[in-house]
Design a protein around this ligand. Structure first.
Ligand code: MN
Length: 258
């Protein structure tokens, strides 16, 4: 399966979870929440070509981790993927809007200067602000809006800005999430779990456990789930081939997908 937003390093048994992801053959975008987490999270996936580790600075941590921006910039040349980054406009985060925006803009600038990156982006209650910042720095690369929850106008704007969307079981559980999904062009949809935050009941989703999302995507596309899975695998290949300065060798057209 394609799991384009997964917090491998936040599982207490991260090694076992990694082994499971490898065994089951999933393609994982392993996002991090602080630059300091990058090295160890990258090491977890050593020798696992289907797990790509993204360099991140989560917006909800920006207020206490903004000093790690310099480290982010120092590590960026080694990182093919960036995330989790973005903005969060939830009430609890209101006091930190300014520092969040400063970090997000600095990251977009750094990515632009580095030739562009594929970025997994958080935009809860902040979709317009994310798109405003991206509009100023669209040469930062390609945005994957993860668990998108903006309104339909914001979605349309994101589609016009060539954004991608990673859709997980949590997103398709709500009627508004399903309405958004119906409006996203099929060729811009990939799957995610957002584990361990993404859950099935009370249990955190394991790597690649995107089945519930795939089921709903298949219903909306009016295809068999296996066909939806194949199309999403194709989308993921197209996406990762999209940053010319980082041709991704690990997802060749011949690589078997499971
Ligand atoms: Mn996340």
């Amino acid at each position: 399966m394609i799991d384009a937003h997964y917090h491998l390093d936040l599982y207490p048994d991260a090694e076992a979870v990694t082994a499971r992801a490898i065994n089951e053959g999933h393609y994982i975008l392993s996002v991090t929440t602080t630059p300091k987490a990058w090295r160890n999270t990258l090491a977890l996936a050593k020798g696992a070509p289907r797990i790509r580790t993204a360099l991140g600075l989560h917006p909800e941590l920006a207020f206490e981790r903004h000093r790690e921006l310099a480290l982010f910039e120092a590590l960026l040349p080694e990182a093919r993927y960036v995330g989790e980054i973005g903005l969060d406009g939830s009430p609890a985060q209101k006091p930190h809007q300014e520092i969040q925006l400063r970090c997000f803009k600095a990251i977009l600038n750094a990515c632009a200067a580095a030739g562009g990156r594929i970025m997994s982006v958080h935009s809860r209650r902040a979709a317009s602000a994310v798109l405003d910042a991206y509009q100023e720095r669209s040469n930062a690369g390609i945005l994957i809006l993860h668990w998108f929850s903006g309104n339909q106008n914001e979605l349309a704007r994101a589609v016009r800005a060539d954004c991608w969307f990673s859709v997980g079981p949590a997103m398709v559980r709500s009627a508004s999430g399903r309405a958004l999904l119906s409006a996203i062009p099929a060729e811009r949809v990939i799957t995610e779990t957002d584990g361990p935050f993404g859950k099935n009941g009370t249990a955190s989703l394991g790597p690649g456990q995107v089945g519930a999302a795939l089921q709903t995507i298949a219903e909306i596309w009016r295809v068999h789930p296996s066909e939806a899975e194949a199309r999403i695998a194709n989308n993921f290949r197209a996406l990762t081939a999209n940053v010319p300065s980082f041709p991704d060798q690990s997802v060749s057209r011949r690589a078997p997908m499971r």
